[in-house]
Design a protein around this ligand. Structure first.
Ligand code: PSU
Ligand code: MN
Length: 304
């Protein structure tokens, strides 16, 4: 698709050309999930952490109606400023391209762009899922996982969501969820959700083997690699649960809807836990970026 409105950073293009490992990083977490000015610092650090593993980072976004695979520091800081940066999942691409908008891409939008560019691995904090209050509020991340062949490295779905329903959705639509060194789904801020997983991988090579098999069978869809948050920064389950209840109640009171829901709940959590949820979020983002880099190395070595 040579007439794709897409620009791949030369460093990323060169890596892809020779099969050198690349990790895509999503940008909604930067523009909408974390607060300024820390968000820019974190975005840069995630790139540095990927690079330290010998892997090329490619933060994904849309700028001036062009899909960007890899961002310059100026572009990244523009996104982090967040003014007039829309939150983009699949349905927002026609608008953003036709109207030359700037957009930060969610997991859904970033998976699409990564696939267009030929990148196989994406790192994020937590995927979207089925919301708790409204079971019809299903993140576009889920159907994207069912159709687009990307390995998404995350700490499960965000704990503000209905985790059992999210797992059921993924099962119905044929998306494997792999516990990375664990037998249960992490609960984003916390290491434990009490929800058992049927599939576990203990190292990057095992993940690459699953991807290889998926591709051999020409199956559509991606793979969720669920990595628990680092122990020292994870929230205790009880503290997390209490804060989630309050955050959800506040969202009801303020009648928060649509794509505002997730950013609103994340901010509430930050306040309610006195910053502890933010520390957990940052720690898991950093850890997931590194795990994604290791997986990208294994995938490049396996040539799939
Ligand atoms: N991980 C985080 N913080 C975030 C997100 C992920 O630690 O803000 C973003 C991702 O971009 C994900 C989005 O795709 O939240 C889900 O939004 P929604 O529930 O509206 O689909
Ligand atoms: Mn939603």
């Amino acid at each position: 698709m040579s007439d794709m409105p897409m620009d791949v950073l030369p460093e990323v293009a060169a890596a892809l050309e020779v099969g050198h490992p690349v990790v895509a990083l999503e940008s909604t977490v930067i523009a909408h999930g974390l607060s300024r000015p820390q968000n820019l610092e974190i975005a840069l650090r995630l790139q540095t952490l990927v690079r330290a593993q010998g892997v090329i980072p490619a933060t994904v976004a849309v700028l001036g109606g062009r899909v960007k695979i890899g961002l310059s520091e100026n572009e990244l800081s523009h996104l982090a400023e967040g003014a007039d940066v829309i939150k983009m999942s699949r349905r927002d691409f026609p608008t953003a391209i036709a109207r030359q908008l700037d957009g930060a891409t969610t997991v859904s939008g970033s998976m699409m762009a990564a696939d267009w560019a030929g990148i196989r691995v994406l790192a994020t904090g937590g995927i979207g899922g089925v919301h708790r209050g409204d079971q019809f509020d299903v993140s576009a991340d889920l159907p994207e996982l069912a159709r687009t062949p990307i390995v998404v490295v995350c700490s499960g779905a965000k704990a503000i969501l209905n985790l059992p329903a999210t797992l059921e959705w993924l099962e119905t639509h044929g998306v494997p969820v792999v516990g990375y060194g664990v037998d249960e789904l992490p609960a984003f801020y916390s290491r434990s959700s009490g929800l058992a997983l049927d599939l576990r991988a203990d190292n990057p090579v095992e993940v690459a083997e699953l991807l290889w098999a998926q591709r051999k069978l020409a199956l559509s869809g991606g793979l969720v690699v669920a990595v628990p948050p680092p122990e020292q920064d994870a929230l205790p389950g009880v503290e997390m649960k209490a804060a989630i209840e309050q955050a959800l109640a506040q969202a009801q009171v303020e009648a928060v809807r649509g794509k505002e829901t997730t950013p609103f709940l994340l901010r509430q959590m930050e306040t309610l836990t006195g910053g502890a949820s933010l520390r957990a979020n940052i720690a898991l983002l950093e850890n997931n970026a590194q795990v994604a880099a290791h997986i990208a190395v294994a995938i490049a070595a396996a040539g799939c």
